[in-house]
Ligand binder design. Sequence first.
Ligand SMILES: [Zn+2]
Length: 240
Amino acid sequence: MQRALDRSRRKNNPQNYTEKGVVKKGRKSWINSKSYKNLQSQLKEVHRKLSSHRKSLHGNLANRVLKMGNCIKIEKVSYKAWQKLYGKSVSRQAPSAFISILTRKAQQLGGGVDEINTYQTALSQHCICTEKKKKPLSQRTHICDKCGFIAPRDELSAYLAIFTSCHNGLWLTDFNLANQAVHRHRTLLRGLAGAIPSAVMADLASQIQSTNREVNPSPRTRPLRQSASRRKLDANLEPS
Ligand SMILES: [Zn+2]
């Protein structure tokens, strides 16, 4: 639809474009045809629908999160930086809008959303034993060289966030408490050293090493590839 709009605009306003097809600089007047205006309002309607659907999904997700509690801790991240990194998929998901809905709902319930300073805590780089090691974004499993603890990366970060609190403007994680409580955790307990057979662990470590060696697929191409495979799947499912 966007392309149809562009074509129509170019056709009706050739005086506003250079020979290369670039828009000329300076003041211009545009002639918009009736079909152009029609298309424009159709596009507006599409965006309005998408936005209201997104808003209702955000509301549902926020309600699901708030069923677990009304004091929520999140990592303070820059959504502007995400927009630069991931482009359109960020505006489609609108994480910032979700956080503001979540914050508003949590406050209505007497709670709130706290933003953990990632520079002070670096949750994704830490182990429950306080060992700190930076890992690439593609490495989704945490394996500690020091204590042998294994856990899904994001789950561990979220777990550590529970034990992170702000003292006079400084965010600190209580690793002592985190280390003790992990023995009672339903899923993270499985990753404690000794809980996993050494053969499985060696296999996992070699897998992670090999994925690290691979070139990271750029974040721009990843969702596209997914949708292509999804389309293929849908095409196969359709009765011919
Ligand atoms: Zn460790």
